[in-house]
Design a protein around this ligand. Structure first.
Ligand SMILES: [Zn+2]
Length: 471
């Protein structure tokens, strides 16, 4: 990302602070990609959209006068709350007349309580308001500005010259107009979430035009009824996009990058993918499980949450007894989201560090391997803390030779299941070692839990275990 440029025309004394410079770098880490963001927003608007954009330099005094008209918290924007030092750095940058990133506001239709809502720039806006209202001061070790001592100063303490520089500092605000907003579709919100990940609007559309088995499978998954219960809408292939991302996670078997380039490669490499093979079946099972967990519209199911929940559900289905688990997952997830969303209202020192970290992970680069992995680890840890009794399945799935021999001799080679037969004697070359308590329900792969089954009984029992013929 391009470093924030100093305003050349109004440059004054040099920026010599050492400590502030370090904080400055932290700020850049916190808001990555903002300059690209602006570019992409404009770029994507050149295509199919009807939105209008106007860039206006607004003095801070105006921004403060309009406080009551601006809704700084539309629900799609949940970046992590800034720390005190991040806030101080922003004010320091303004007072030294450095450029700060553009803000994006959406113009709301007339007759609403607010005139604008903030698409991007919520933290900066709040910081400006808070400083103006005297809620915090500059750092105790702040370097002088234009020869004035400013250490520890709140707005009301500033020398008049600096206070008036602050008031007249012009923030570039891009006003977005005439965007569609209905329950079904919200152009700005959709764009905001996509741009956070550097995803262009057309990427999934292009993939949907790539021929091959993977394209077909993803399109099928995108129609799974679970998606109807998510917060995001089907507009612009969002369902297909998320389905493709989860398919890639399933194929990888672990956290991996799920950006557009990675998805494109998956489509390319899997043109002849077996859409009835074990991986395809597994993905369908995970979505069925998620639908069982979330049988109705659930606003907490944001895109990044669905990806994390998919990974957690996939893991549960692979390794745990899942009877009753969908309900537990729903209960836990809704409580987790409530706690996470409540963090913002708490004072900084009372916040849960893990949850703050989760919010940071969901507000930037959510499609990177690191973010996918960290989110899954956190959800997994918290979910199992809440439900420590969820039972792992026996990692050994199939009976070994010695176990089979012991079961066969104990049962005298006679079918114990007796659903389809009356206790038939089955030859050593054609019998099945059946779990009395099915493996998927937590039954152990032990001789005590094993019994002889004939083919017909084994099949009619549900076919959980693949037939294990003696050899
Ligand atoms: Zn039988």
């Amino acid at each position: 990302m391009r470093p924030l440029a100093r305003r050349p025309s109004r440059a004054r004394s040099g920026y010599a602070g050492r400590a502030p410079r370090n904080i400055f770098l932290n700020l850049l880490v916190y808001i990555p990609g903002l300059s690209e963001w602006a570019f992409m927003l404009e770029f994507s608007l050149s295509g199919e959209h009807t939105m209008k954009m106007n860039k206006r330099p607004l003095p801070i005094s105006t921004i403060c006068n309009w406080h009551d008209r601006i809704d700084e918290r539309p629900d799609y924007q949940r970046p992590p709350a800034w720390t005190r030092s991040q806030k101080q750095l922003l004010i320091d940058s303004i007072l030294r007349e450095y450029d700060i990133p553009k803000m994006y506001w959406r113009a709301l239709p007339a007759g609403q309580k607010f005139k604008y809502e903030v698409i991007d720039g919520q933290q900066r806006l709040r910081t400006i308001w808070e400083y103006k209202e005297g809620e915090f001061g500059l750092p105790k070790d702040a370097d002088p500005i234009n020869g004035f001592t400013v250490a520890g100063m709140k707005y009301g303490d500033l020398p008049l010259d600096l206070a008036s520089d602050f008031d007249s500092y012009a923030v570039d605000v891009v006003i977005v107009d005439e965007a569609k907003q209905t329950d079904e579709e919200d152009e700005v919100r959709d764009m905001f979430l996509r741009l956070q990940n550097g995803t262009t609007l057309k990427a999934q559309e292009k993939r949907n035009a790539m021929p091959g088995a993977m394209r077909n499978l993803v399109k099928e998954l995108g129609k799974h009824p679970f998606f109807q219960n998510c917060r995001f809408s089907a507009g612009r292939y969002t369902f297909d996009h998320v389905a493709a991302q989860t398919m890639l996670l399933e194929l990888a078997g672990e956290a991996t990058n799920i950006k557009d380039g990675d998805l494109n490669r998956m489509y390319e490499k899997n043109k002849t993918f077996d859409i009835n093979g074990p991986k395809a079946k597994k993905v369908r099972r995970v979505y069925d499980f998620l639908l069982e967990a979330f049988p109705e519209k659930t606003p907490e199911l944001e895109r990044y949450n669905v990806i994390t929940l998919y990974s957690l559900a996939s893991l549960l289905l692979d390794r745990y007894v899942t009877d009753g688990v969908p309900e537990k997952l729903r209960t836990w997830f809704i409580a987790f989201e409530a706690e996470r969303r409540g963090q913002d209202a708490l004072p900084e020192e009372a916040r849960d560090i893990q949850l703050s970290e989760y919010r940071r992970l969901t507000s930037q680069s959510t499609d990177s391997q690191e973010s996918v992995r960290a989110r899954l680890e956190m959800m997994e840890r918290r979910f199992f803390e809440a439900y420590p009794d969820i039972e792992p399945r026996d990692p050994q799935r199939d009976y070994g030779y010695e176990q089979r021999l012991a079961i066969y001799r104990r049962d005298n080679g006679i079918c114990q299941v007796r659903i389809k037969c009356a206790g038939e004697k089955v030859p050593w070359t054609n019998w099945h070692a059946d779990h009395k308590i099915p493996h998927i329900k937590g039954g152990k792969t032990t001789v005590a839990n094993g019994q002889v089954a004939c083919s017909a009984c084994n099949l009619s029992k549900g076919g959980t275990a693949p037939a294990v013929a003696a050899g």
